[in-house]
Design a binder for this molecule. Structure first.
Ligand code: FEO
Length: 395
């Protein structure tokens, strides 16, 4: 991992691994880090695809040198996406390679000026335009809102490599293996879904448009900006993205509870038991006070059934549950079966708030809506079991 890693004869991965940042975008936990993938195409002309987060420039420079040697200049820096996890080293790269031409679209140009004050020596490309490096030609395809308005991908027509930016990438550093045939992809697929559902999923409509463009390409390799390079099954993650952005889900239920003293937890567990008795094998329980919302949203994106059970706090939803429902509204997820339960002791609030949340979204709401005062009675628990059975039937 000291130097670059060859993808083809002329194309190398020269990315870096970040195991130091705790929270991506200062929100999303990184239990196993993240990689900032950048690539070098060394032809008659040389081009880098993206840079790395600020602070990782020394390792990045070392990798550039390992491919190009000390004397060779960089002709082009292509910026597929301006979010600073990729553009953070642009300014210092320009200082080290003053002649480099920065390549992006008109929106990239504005963001580059606003973030870094860089305006000189910028080549504006249009959707579908080509950059000639010699044997290799990079063709640009704009995929706005996957993940920012300026986001684009570029496709090397010679080796059939797609540099896909955030699309098809995910959390998780590259720990030795960098290709999909070198790593445990089940782990990375979970993290690709967590990246997709929390960061890109809101823009599912635009993801569908991007997928239509990608499906026209003859691909050998997808080289995303995070996570493993896809060379064994490049279409597999595209197919997953297609499914996720159509809001399709697997058979299974996520039960999320917010409980201060265990009474709402008991309701959630009763529902989970009923689901299991009805033959639902994939039932995931999350204590919303302890599971980070990014993992909860990932699982909700994966499975068709969702139960939200919350205690009341100061006449409203329990705050961590409030944060989850607010995040779900922001993601605009559709096509889920929803069951709701609330509890209270001296003033109601949670159930009504959950019902309001469900009615605002595109959800199939299944009853009964169980509301419990202080601690569930046997009758309340039977209502929870009925809810579990009805959700199982609706899947
Ligand atoms: Fe990996 Fe939207 O940045």
């Amino acid at each position: 991992m000291h130097g670059g890693i060859a993808i083809t004869k002329d194309i190398h991965w020269i990315g870096v691994n970040d195991r130091e940042t705790d929270l991506f975008e200062a929100i999303w936990p990184l239990p196993r880090g993240v990689s900032y993938n950048t690539y070098c195409v060394a032809d008659q002309k040389t081009a880098l695809i993206d840079t790395v987060k600020n602070g990782y420039f020394p390792q990045f420079l070392e990798k550039i040198r390992s491919i190009l040697g000390k004397g060779r200049k960089i002709d082009y820096l292509v910026i597929n996406h301006m979010e600073p996890d990729h553009s953070g080293a642009v300014k210092v790269l320009r200082e080290s390679f003053p002649d480099v031409t920065i390549v992006g679209n008109a929106k990239t140009k504005d963001l580059l000026a606003n973030f870094y004050g860089l305006t000189e020596n910028f080549l504006v490309v249009k959707d579908g335009e080509e950059l000639d490096l010699g044997r290799h030609k990079l063709r640009f395809h704009f995929i706005p809102m996957v993940h920012w308005p300026e986001t684009m991908v570029c496709y090397d027509e010679t080796d059939k490599v797609l540099f896909s930016s955030d699309a098809f990438g995910g959390f998780g550093s590259l720990d030795g293996g960098v290709f999909d045939d070198e790593v445990d992809m089940s782990y990375y697929e979970d993290e690709i879904l967590r990246y997709f559902s929390n960061i890109v999923g809101r823009y599912s409509f635009q993801v569908q448009k991007a997928i239509k463009k990608v499906r026209t390409l003859d691909l050998n390799v997808i080289a995303p900006a995070h996570g493993p390079i896809l060379r064994k099954h490049p279409w597999h993650v595209v197919d997953l993205y297609d499914k996720w952005s159509r809001h399709e889900a697997e058979k299974g239920v996520v039960v999320v509870y917010g409980s201060m003293y265990g009474n709402t937890k008991a309701m959630a567990e009763e529902i989970a038991r009923a689901l299991a008795e009805e033959g639902i094998e994939k039932v995931i329980l999350h204590d919303i006070s302890r599971s980070h919302v990014s993992f909860v949203i990932r699982d909700i994106w994966k499975f068709r059934g969702l139960v939200l059970a919350s205690c009341t706090y100061n006449t409203e939803l329990f705050p961590p549950m409030q944060a989850l429902t607010s995040a779900l509204q922001n993601k605009m997820l559709k096509n889920r079966v929803l069951g709701i339960c609330g509890s209270y002791s001296w003033s109601k609030g949670a159930l009504a708030a959950l019902l309001q949340f469900g009615e605002k979204g595109d959800w199939e709401i299944v009853g009964p809506h169980v509301e419990v005062c202080s601690a569930p009675t046997q009758e309340d628990l039977e209502s929870c079991r009925e809810l579990g059975r009805n959700i199982a039937a609706a899947l």
